[in-house]
Design a binder for this molecule. Structure first.
Ligand code: HEM
Length: 158
């Protein structure tokens, strides 16, 4: 009797915990960041997480704070989408933007290498920039088709 009760409790616990983990996976939140929200994570406050976006993907780069915190060499890149700066290896304020207009083939290749080899390897993704999905007025951007945008690849999407 005692044995069967233990088996039953064990089985129930298993069912509950496997359901729990399924629910956790299913409800993993995707956060969208406006420019203003992303700017809050620019490393200016000690103890706050530091975020940076490349190609509209927002990474938590807090573990790289020796690069990114206030006064660190790449602090200019954080709190925003710095796709162009990373592609051109430039810290020129004019390049601190998501805009990839006019980048050369080799700059796009370099961007891809750093995006995959450094950021996707080293840092967790915490969300996406809203610009990718929303118009300026906040309405959904119905024309947004990741597959039409050569600088994005489908696997980087949701
Ligand atoms: C004199 C020029 C530069 C030197 C000597 C230099 C050197 C370095 C070094 C030693 C690393 C660290 C590699 C590691 O420990 O993993 C690094 C990483 C990096 N550098 Fe530079 N760098 C220079 C300029 C730039 C510029 C202008 C940019 C502009 C975007 C840039 C962007 C980066 C990025 C994004 C990383 C990766 C940081 C990370 O792992 O989170 N670098 N650089």
């Amino acid at each position: 009797m005692f044995y069967w009760r233990s088996v039953l409790i064990y089985a129930l616990l298993n069912v509950c915990s496997s359901n729990d983990s399924k629910i956790k996976n299913a409800s993993k939140p995707v956060r969208l960041f406006t420019d203003e929200e992303l700017q809050r994570y620019d490393g200016s406050e000690d103890g706050q997480p530091i975020y940076m976006a490349i190609k509209g993907v927002v990474f938590d780069v807090t573990t790289g704070k020796e690069f990114y915190k206030k006064g660190a060499p790449y602090n200019a890149l954080v709190g925003k989408d710095s796709t162009r700066a990373v592609a051109k290896m430039s810290l020129d304020p004019a390049d601190l933007t998501h805009d990839t207009t006019g980048l050369t083939e080799s700059q796009l290749q370099s961007l891809e290498k750093i995006f995959t080899g450094t950021y996707k390897t080293k840092y967790p993704v915490v969300g996406y920039t809203s610009r990718r999905l929303l118009n300026e007025d906040g309405s959904p951007n119905k024309d947004f088709k990741p597959e039409d945008q050569p600088q994005f690849s489908i696997k980087d999407e949701f």
